[in-house]
Structure formats: C-alpha cells, structure tokens
Design a protein around this ligand. Structure first.
Ligand code: SF4
Ligand code: SF4
Length: 249
C-alpha cells in the first residue's frame, strides 16, 4: 500500500471519455456498453436506478437482471445477466413499425418517437431479446392503503410516480395523461443524460462496477478495449442483429 496510489475508478475514466466523445462530430460517435458478468453481483441496483431515472411504471423494465445457475451439484454457482436493449446495428424492431416511430439515431441508439407510436406492439414481438415493453399506465402505489398516516410517504410516493418522464430530452407531462403511457418503451442508453455529460444511470449506480459505457469508435476508450477482450461476446450473435451491448463471460 505504502507509496502507491489507488487504481483509478473506471467511472472517472468513463466520464473523461464521455467528454471527449461529446466534443467530437456526433456523426462519428457510436455508443456502446460492456457488461462484465464476472463482476456483476446481481444486486439489481442498476434496474432500480433505471426505473427511477426514467419513471418506469409496473411492467416496464428496461434493464432486468437475469440469473442462471451454473455447475453441477455440489459445485454450483450463480451468474447474472443484466439485459438492456442491445441497440442492434441491424434491429428487427425497426422495420416492422407501421408508422416509422422507431429508428437508429446517428450515434447508433434505437429510439422511439412517443408522439408517433400507436402502441401496436409489433416491435415487442420482433425483438429477439424481449427488450421492449408496453406501458399500460400503472402505478406502484395503486394498491397501497390510503388512510392518512397509515403508510408514511404514500402520497409523496404517488406524487413522485406522477412526475414527467425525462426521456428523449422532452417533458412528457404528468404520468397517466398521455405518452409514454400507451407506447412501446425501451432502454435508450439515457440519451437525455448523455446530452448533459452524464453517464447512463445504470452505469453510475452499478455496485459491482460491472457496466462500462463509451464511444466504440474511440480506440482509446474503455469499451473499445473491453470489446476486444477474448472474454467478449454478444447475445444471440448468430441472428445477425449486431448488438452494441457486449458481455464479458
Ligand atoms: S434489442 Fe430489441 S429493441 Fe433493442 S435494438 Fe435490438 S431488436 Fe430493437
Ligand atoms: S448494479 Fe451492477 S452489479 Fe448490480 S445487478 Fe446491476 S450490473 Fe450487476
């Protein structure tokens, strides 16, 4: 310990790289994510942070953390797989949309225009990763007892749930009164945060420092480095979707 400096937190490096990417011509940037399964401890902090950031109601989950058992008894273990939208380079969800409400933006993120989306759910059926959800407009506090004083904070919690979703850098109005309720929804790499030089919420909240984000066209970025690792793989690569989310086995 004596005389040695602590290793740099990867978040510090990713913030530096984010600023570098935002200073570039944005048509030259390609956002990517890498998730290290050896570091993920399955705490679900990323899923909770995402739901809070994007005001996700019941049944709308952008980043579930899946679990699988490994090994054979008695030598068994558990492995976790956080599963955001893969931001596919060749996304089957886009071409099926009958009203062109979803497309790839210049930085490779698959986005949805809630004002165009008619909620037909064709895109939900087309996504091979199950990464899209329908928002039916529920509230987590709907079945919480309402007597004043019975549950401290119940009213504050409902008020919180009714706040505007900040997605796509737009104010969507009080939850329950129009979009995004009634629309398809999905992870968008927290585009509204990137615009103000903030990393996605799942990245900053990751307890295991298992989630990395950056510009894959920058050869000096952490994500470029990790995507070149022999441990790197993509989910369902055989489908030809060409995900921009990679995993380290
Ligand atoms: S993971 Fe699914 S929703 Fe995301 S871009 Fe690919 S096909 Fe579309
Ligand atoms: S916050 Fe990080 S460690 Fe926790 S479940 Fe999500 S990816 Fe895994």
């Amino acid at each position: 310990m004596s005389g040695s400096l602590p290793m740099e937190d990867p978040l510090v490096r990713m913030y530096r790289e984010l600023k570098r990417a935002l200073a570039k011509d944005q048509s030259q940037v390609k956002w990517a994510m890498v998730i290290d399964q050896a570091k993920c401890i399955g705490c679900h902090a990323c899923a909770v942070a995402c739901a809070s950031e994007n005001r996700l109601g019941p049944g709308v989950v952008y980043r579930p953390v899946m679990e699988e058992e490994t090994g054979t008894y008695p030598n068994v273990g558990r492995r976790f797989l956080p599963r955001p939208c893969m931001q596919c380079e060749n996304p089957p969800c886009v071409s099926v949309c009958p009203v062109t409400a979803t497309w790839k933006n210049a930085q490779g993120v698959t986005v949805i225009d809630y004002t165009r989306c008619i909620g037909c759910r064709y895109c939900l059926a087309a996504c091979p990763y199950g990464a899209r959800c329908s928002d039916f407009g529920g509230f987590y506090t709907s079945r919480t007892p309402q007597e004043p004083g019975l549950i401290q904070g119940r009213y504050a919690a409902r008020a919180y749930e009714q706040q505007n979703a900040p997605e796509y850098a737009k104010s969507w109005g009080q939850r329950g009164k129009g979009s995004p309720v009634g629309n398809a929804r999905k992870c968008h790499f927290c585009l509204h945060r990137l615009e103000v030089e903030q990393l996605p919420s799942c990245v900053t909240s990751c307890v295991g420092r298992a989630t990395y984000f950056g510009d894959r066209t920058d050869p000096g970025s952490l994500v470029s480095e990790l995507m070149g690792s022999p441990r790197a793989y993509a989910l369902k690569a055989e489908l030809g979707t060409r995900p921009n989310v990679h995993y380290l086995a």
